[in-house]
Each structure stands twice: as structure tokens, then as C-alpha cells.
Design a protein around this ligand. Sequence first.
Ligand SMILES: Cc1ncc(COP(=O)(O)O)c(C=O)c1O
Length: 210
Amino acid sequence: MANCLGTAKGADKIFGQVYGLSTLDTICDHGKGVYLFDKEGKKYIDFSSGPSVVCIGHGDQRVIQAMVEQMKKVSYFHRGSWLNERAGELAERLIKVAPRNMKWCHFTCSGSEANETAIKLAHQYHLEKGDPEKYMIIGRWQSWHGNTLGSLSASGMTSRRRKFGPLVFQWPKIEAPLCYHCLLSISEMGHFLNRTLWHDQAALTSSLRP
Ligand SMILES: Cc1ncc(COP(=O)(O)O)c(C=O)c1O
């Protein structure tokens, strides 16, 4: 692939932008549907879907229109000061398709922030129930929950946690419940959790995989 770096002004001034690629030569020019295009017009299927979870596709006119309309109205305000009609509408739509006992939405700007919030919410729940000692989050080996320190603490990716040992919480990690090819040869989820949580003490006391 040709090196397009020279064509993107300031690209070499951006720190840590494209991880996972060995060279910084893939400049995205635009996207359409499931495709991304580089500066030379070469087409790629966007298997990355953002960080694997954004599946609205590129260039959907309905999304663009809604964003433009909203930005024309107001650029930014903090959710602690004002309410937003569109956010309320979105919350109602989400609750309609969510499990029945879900009654509220909390919007965040990233997966990491969502996980940080979930961790704090779980802790607050136990605090208010009078169980302040219940503060640990059990993660799964190989799981990824984000770059922020709380989310990284819950993440089971040793390669991404290793350098941050003193900064992250040493929360326990267990195997993923992969019933189809279970590492522990256990076919039922209940048995799996029982065995992993109560009998795999090594996993519960170590947060860095050897
Ligand atoms: C399950 C999960 N949680 C959290 C994250 C982190 O999200 P973000 O990069 O938006 O902070 C990701 C994606 O990287 C994810 O797949």
C-alpha cells in the first residue's frame, strides 16, 4: 500500500492514534455503508466497526441529518445543567427494547466511561445496602473493557495491563464461560461459575496471567 502519510497534514503529530497497525500509513478518507476508503480511493470492508461495536454504517443520511439538526440548535451543554429532548426520546426507545426491569438510561461518551459508571453504580448499590466491603469486580481473562484505569482493572488482557500494575486495581479474573469449547470441560453455566468462583482460588488471587 502506498504511504499516504504525507497527504494528511499533521498526521505525524498525532500520538497513539493507530494502534494495532505496524505502520501509520492508512489514512481514512471517507466511508460509505460497510466500506472505508483510503486517500487513493482503495476500498476496505470495515470489519473494525469502530471498536467492534459501532454498527450503524458510514454515511447514513438519516444519522447525518439528525446530527446536523441537533448541532444547529446547540453545540454543547453539560447534562448536569440542562435536559435534552432528543436524549429523552432515545432513552424511551432504548427502554422499549431493553429487558423489562430496565427503567432508566445513562448516556456516556465511550465504552470505557460506560464501564467506569457501571463499576461505580455497583459499588454505590452495595454501599447503600450497608455492604461497603463488596467492592471487587470479577473480570474474565482476555476480556477488554477500556483504557481508563477502572475499566483496565476489570479487563483480563494481560498485555494491556502489565505496564500499569501499580495503577490498576488487582481485581480477580476468571475464565470466560465458553460452553461450546469449555476449557474446563464443563457444559453447564451454573457448574462453570461454581467451579471457577469457589474452587479456582489461584485465579481469584491473581490478576496477571503468568
Ligand atoms: C466490551 C467493551 N467495553 C469497552 C470498550 C472500550 O470502549 P471505548 O474504546 O469506547 O472506551 C470496548 C471497545 O474497545 C469494548 O469492546
